[in-house]
Design a protein around this ligand. Sequence first.
Ligand SMILES: *Cc1c(COP(=O)(O)O)cnc(C)c1O
Length: 359
Amino acid sequence: MKFELQKLVRENIKTLTPYSSARHEFKGEASVFLDANENSFGSPVLLLSPSGEGPGERLNRYPDPLQWQLKFELAKIKGVPAEYIFIGNGSDEVIDLTYRIFCNPGKDNVILCPPTYGMYEVSANINDVETRKVNLGEDFQLDVEGILDATDQNTKLLFICSPNNPTGNNMKRADVELLLNNFPGIVIIDEAYINFSKQKTFIQELTEYENLVVMQTLSKAWGLASLRLGLAFASLPIIDIFNKVKPPYNINKASQALAIEALHNTQQVNDWIKETVWQREFLIKELKQFSFVKKIFESDANFLLLRVSDANALYNYLSQNKIIVRNRSKEIMCDNCLRITIGTPDENLQLIKTLKEYE
Ligand SMILES: *Cc1c(COP(=O)(O)O)cnc(C)c1O
């Protein structure tokens, strides 16, 4: 199928003249900055490095709108050129931008595959975009035929979450490839949990598929949920449009600087990932002993989905004991299901101990 990006992009976005910031317009080297109405004296607080070394950076200047230093660090780790990376204020911003770039409110539609991440639908509703739901099939796998059947000439996006939240499983690679080859719009693969997965990322396939957007995040394995850094990997024309539509300074200076420093700690993060996967297997083994645990779904993520005899009762019992888990029992195909994040070894032991006292 011939892919034409321009046919998918909204008319008003195609013709948009983006905001041109002060720092964007000036290309040379300067030492006196009187172009952006900033406070030239300084900032009342400084950005201290986590090590506490150095004088700390001032915060009075607008940050780099395109976050190049951070992107260069990400490029080294991900094995993708920096130009193919977009950084959003959390994945939430990336999701919202895809709707605003591709979907005409009140006219276009997108395909979602429940049970899956809730933000795809919320963002669609905010943008007044119709959602067409094609439920996951057996083993929570994609219903490829159902998805293709549900499309029409106004279908713009397909969200695939792999590993999927809240079910934890990977989508079969052959199914995803079939959809990349045959879906008439943009295919967004959300890889928020890819670091915990046996499955290979799709970010090496960007040159293969012009309609592919891969999302990742620094909120999960990287331990930076507070900084709000969501990533998108896509072809240059798609990244260009993201940059045109985003707020000029969507990633603040503190987040950029702290993330650059964090990305040097790959060893620490890899150790945490290994420990999390180990703890996941430990929890599965322990949870199996309880009669009220009816099923533990296979997980390639840092959480487990369990079907229990009475999810609401167990949820209430755990919260009374100061342990919060996610009650997913109202989601389609998830009746009586709880989603439990893999904690530290101590937290997991506490969970098991508390469960032993249940009933
Ligand atoms: C947690 C999560 C994200 C991350 O969202 P951020 O806004 O980057 O924190 C994205 N997608 C899925 C499926 C998630 O579960």
